[in-house]
Write a protein that binds this ligand. Structure first.
Ligand SMILES: *[C@@H]1O[C@H](CO)[C@@H](O)[C@H](O)[C@H]1NC(C)=O
Ligand SMILES: *[C@@H]1O[C@H](CO)[C@@H](O)[C@H](O)[C@H]1NC(C)=O
Ligand SMILES: *[C@@H]1O[C@H](CO)[C@@H](O)[C@H](O)[C@H]1NC(C)=O
Ligand SMILES: [Zn+2]
Length: 522
């Protein structure tokens, strides 16, 4: 309102000049510019998108059935679906699907849930790098850029586009006939112009990259009229403005600018917004609600993730000359196909809802949003989170609330305590104290009295780990299939048990003697 009045006032003052006429024509031609970017976000004109990364850990359908209305209520109006190996590929691509991939019926069902909650669905299919799930297979290894690294395809191999990429897009789009956007990935193409086929063309990596992306984006636009390809922006971010303008990408794709740290502005070249605003009609941005602060993290750091999302709101508020089409809250399941699981989706529901509420109410204060958040999580009346999250960035007492995932959240909170007890016993005995170091073990030389406690403490922890494993398996099976459950338990719990078992073995050997040799010990 204030803004409009000021414009009118300007008009009165400057109405005699020709410059104003030009200004006014531009102003009225772009009515959207009248509204600040955060207001557009608040009103949902800028999409508020939740990224579901399904790679190698498919949540059960009934979990998604509950989750989707929950995120819609917290402000989401679109989903970015990253299937990776969870897509039911057929024909030549069939081995790219994991054995526990979703069925076609399940994907239809998922799309019905999304539609019922009014969510737009944007499928994502990688078309350059991060194709580990395909390139790891023997039948696709000849498409790799480097034969030893199954990450990116070779853009100079004509079969890659003709045989592989087109087929990937066709199959994914066939299950998404009503999509308006297709995300073609294209982030983190670490090896460019690396193979002999590419180097013999004497082209810069940037031009090889452009050539392939332009080919893919043209194909999407020609084959599926009305669909706009989206791509991650990291490969373009540091280009010269003139190179980006000349690339032809401006007419073909919309970039998605991702930064997951708290200092968003510092991660981006200062001229980047000007460059993107000139080249692209629309730009998307991507924050994170999980999967950004450690490959083996157990739960999202609420302080850092909320700071990241708030930093994005400040950028959207202050950036002029860019039309923001959507804001995506990314939630990574693993850092790549080969990595172990990071924060599990049910454990990340508090972070997801908090950050969704923050970006859906960009004009409210953080403490106002926190009140809505504890309501959305069905927290007990006396529950009071510290709005800064600085004393406990994980807010482990959230297990007292009753949200989708709260029982697993509590289990993971218990795991954190168990892990700390195991690690401290092991480190104390083998590194800090002087009777159970590897030297003592190797030379079979220690004081039985000094190490006996480790035996009883270790045995108690092994029993507790066993009970934890059993009860957590039952909880996890409410959300995931047994493969995902087994992976997490093996990676998180079994290695703790192994640590305790080896500690017991050391002690048992050391106490099995009652006379010792003269020094020096050999
Ligand atoms: C899938 O893999 C199996 C062996 O693992 C192989 O026999 C089969 O030919 C592959 N299918 C395709 C379509 O490549
Ligand atoms: C855990 O489950 C295993 C296998 O079902 C069983 O043998 C064991 O006794 C259980 N442990 C505890 C502590 O419940
Ligand atoms: C340590 O001493 C015990 C008891 O004499 C013996 O049984 C065991 O084999 C020894 N272990 C090593 C590694 O020397
Ligand atoms: Zn190549």
């Amino acid at each position: 309102m204030l803004r409009r009045r000021r414009v009118v006032l300007c008009g009165v003052l400057l109405s005699l000049t020709v410059t104003f006429f030009v200004f006014q024509v531009q102003w009225t031609r772009k009515p959207a510019a009248e509204k600040a970017a955060v207001e557009r976000l608040q009103d949902g004109e800028t999409l508020r998108v939740v990224h579901l990364d399904l790679k190698g850990a498919p949540p059960k359908m009934r979990v998604l059935k509950t989750l989707i209305p929950l995120i819609a209520a917290a402000g989401a109006n679109a989903l970015l679906l990253e299937y990776e190996d969870m897509f039911p590929f057929v024909g030549m691509l069939q081995n790219a699907s994991a054995r526990n991939a979703y069925s076609r019926e399940e994907i239809h069902q998922l799309l019905v849930y999304a539609r019922k909650s009014g969510l737009e669905v944007i499928p994502l299919v990688q078309t350059f790098g991060h194709l580990e799930y395909i390139l790891k297979l023997p039948e696709f290894r000849h498409f790799r850029e480097l034969s030893g690294f199954p990450q990116e395809i070779c853009p100079s191999n004509p079969d890659v586009f003709r045989v592989l990429v087109q087929e990937l897009i066709e199959q994914v789009m066939s299950l998404h006939p009503t999509a308006k956007w297709l995300h073609i990935g294209c982030d983190e193409v670490f090896h460019l112009a690396a193979c002999t086929r590419c180097t013999s063309r004497y082209m810069e990596g940037r031009l090889l990259f452009t050539e392939h992306v332009v080919r893919v984006a043209r194909f999407v636009r020609d084959r599926f009229p009305g669909i706009t390809p989206l791509m991650w922006d990291d490969m373009l971010r540091h280009w010269l403005p003139v190179d980006l303008a000349d690339s032809g990408l401006g007419e073909l794709v919309e970039p998605m600018v991702w930064v997951y740290s708290e200092d968003v502005a510092r991660q981006l070249p200062h001229y980047m917004w000007y460059m993107y605003g000139r080249v692209f009609s629309h730009v998307w941005v991507a924050s994170a609600y999980k999967g950004a602060y450690g490959e083996t993290a157990l739960a999202p750091d609420l302080r850092r993730h909320s700071e990241n999302n708030l930093a994005w709101l400040r950028i959207m508020r202050s950036t002029k000359g860019v039309q923001f089409r959507g804001m995506v809250l990314t939630g990574w399941a693993r850092y790549d196909h080969f990595a172990v699981l990071c924060e599990l989706l049910p454990v990340s529901v508090p972070s997801l809802l908090l950050n969704l509420l923050l970006v859906s109410h960009p004009l409210s204060s953080k403490s106002q949003v926190i009140v809505q958040w504890t309501q959305a999580l069905s927290c007990p009346p006396a529950f009071t989170p510290n709005a800064l999250f600085d004393s406990d960035p994980f807010q482990w007492h959230l297990g007292a609330c009753t949200f989708l995932g709260s029982n697993l959240f509590s289990a993971v909170a218990n795991y954190v305590t168990l892990q700390a007890r195991v690690d401290s016993l092991y480190t104390d005995m083998t590194q800090r104290h002087g009777w159970l170091t590897m030297y003592n073990v190797r030379h079979n030389f220690s004081s039985p009295w000094r190490v006996l406690d480790a035996l009883t403490n270790g045995q108690r922890l092994v029993r507790e780990l066993d009970a934890f494993r059993n009860s957590t398996a039952l909880i996890m099976l409410q959300y995931f299939d047994r493969f995902t459950v087994d992976e997490w338990l093996e990676q998180k719990v079994d290695y703790l048990t192994e640590k305790m078992v080896s500690l017991q073995r050391y002690v048992q050997t050391l106490i099995a003697r009652d006379t010792w040799q003269r020094r020096p010990i050999s």
